[in-house]
Design a protein around this ligand. Structure first.
Ligand code: 2U9
Length: 339
């Protein structure tokens, strides 16, 4: 037996491996439960007692030599950058991609931040609404076309359960609960029964704003919107107001900004007019204040509303509104550094 132990010791001394996997195979061959060294230990139990002292000593030395040799081989690979499985640990790890904010969220957050600097808080409310908060309290006459199934999504057959067509319903809820001063903006998703095209979608997002206090004037509205436009589109931005009509404001206006692309010189974005419409606004109609329990002799207010898709399309020159809702990664990845 001593001969075979010495023979195995010589064999182990000259072991070599070129990968961590090969070193592991050698460990299994010599040191696992059924390995060659373990087999000698089994055989050791059967030899005469008077030989056990001498053979046992040599056998233990063999086992230590085998362990040292295999460890030495494995360590060689670890310091070569190879782990136990043979993987090269010096290679860069597998990177996982971080997502990015949706362009509509980026622009909405920017709008919220600008108005926050003017003291506006943020409020939200339900997307499923009733006729009172979406139309009645906002001065829509009973036969107004917006109340038609052609324009508004009704839930089931109940004409009093519908998807809000604007976030103005949230303003009504705030006014019903709280007396002025009220100074808040209302970002949210709205729904209109419209044919989907490059310019229109049946779901879109708005930010509306409301400021009600004593002596709030049209000049306050104009100055607030000028500050907002300069912050969002750049310090050189000019605004102009054109008369318009909404059931909930009187007087009402639509606001254009000087074209942020050509600076007013004329291009295909502004259709060579130098101006682009970005929002609607006006003084809150006294009837709207009264409908929600606010004394129109004591208080006045201004309001405005804008579509976030429209502003985002203008800011980033996006030509098709449907891109916002398709979640195409090639589109979304372009906004990774936009925040
Ligand atoms: C209350 C009183 C007044 C909100 C307003 C507009 C003008 C407006 C449109 C812009 C593009 C909607 O997204 S859009 O289609 N909005 O033109 N919105 S004034 O006026 C209010 C709201 C609530 C109680």
């Amino acid at each position: 037996m001593l001969d075979r132990i010495n023979q195995l010791a010589e064999e182990i001394k000259s072991l070599a491996a070129s990968t961590a996997e090969e070193a592991e195979q050698l460990r299994i061959k010599y040191l696992s439960k059924k390995g060659l060294v373990s087999q000698l230990f089994d055989e050791f139990k059967t030899i005469p007692n008077e030989q056990k002292r001498e053979v046992g000593k040599v056998l233990n030395v063999l086992k230590t030599q085998a362990l040292d040799k295999i460890n030495e081989l494995k360590e060689g690979f670890a310091s070569n950058g190879q782990g136990e499985s043979g993987a090269d640990l010096t290679l860069p790890g597998t990177s996982f991609e971080l997502g990015s904010r949706h362009p509509l969220s980026i622009v909405k957050n920017e709008i919220v931040d600008i108005f926050a600097r003017l003291g506006f808080t943020v409020a939200d409310g339900p997307e499923i609404e009733d006729d009172h908060h979406v139309f009645e309290a906002l001065n829509f006459p009973p036969e107004h076309p917006a109340r038609d199934m052609q324009d508004t999504f009704f839930i089931a057959t109940n004409p009093d359960v519908l998807l809000r067509t604007h976030t103005s319903s949230v303003q009504v809820r705030v006014m019903e609960k709280q007396q002025p001063p009220i100074r808040a903006i209302f970002p949210g998703r709205v729904f209109r029964n419209e044919a989907i095209s490059a310019r229109a979608h049946c779901i879109f997002h708005q930010v509306e704003g409301l400021y009600i206090d004593k002596n709030v004037s049209f000049a306050d509205l104009k100055q607030t919107l000028l500050y907002f436009s300069k912050e969002l589109f750049g310090a050189d931005t000019k605004i102009r107001l054109r008369p318009s009509y909404f059931p909930f404001t009187e007087p009402s206006a639509e606001m254009d900004i000087s074209c942020s692309l050509c600076g007013g010189k004329g291009c295909n974005v502004c259709k060579y007019t130098g101006w682009v419409e970005i929002l609607g606004c006006g003084m809150v109609d006294p009837a709207v204040l009264e409908a929600s329990g606010i004394d129109s002799n004591e208080y006045t207010g201004f309001a405005f509303g804008m579509g976030i898709e429209r502003i985002t399309m203008l800011k980033y020159q996006i030509k098709d509104i449907r891109l916002f809702f398709e979640n195409d990664k090639r589109f979304l990845d372009q906004f990774k550094s936009a925040e």
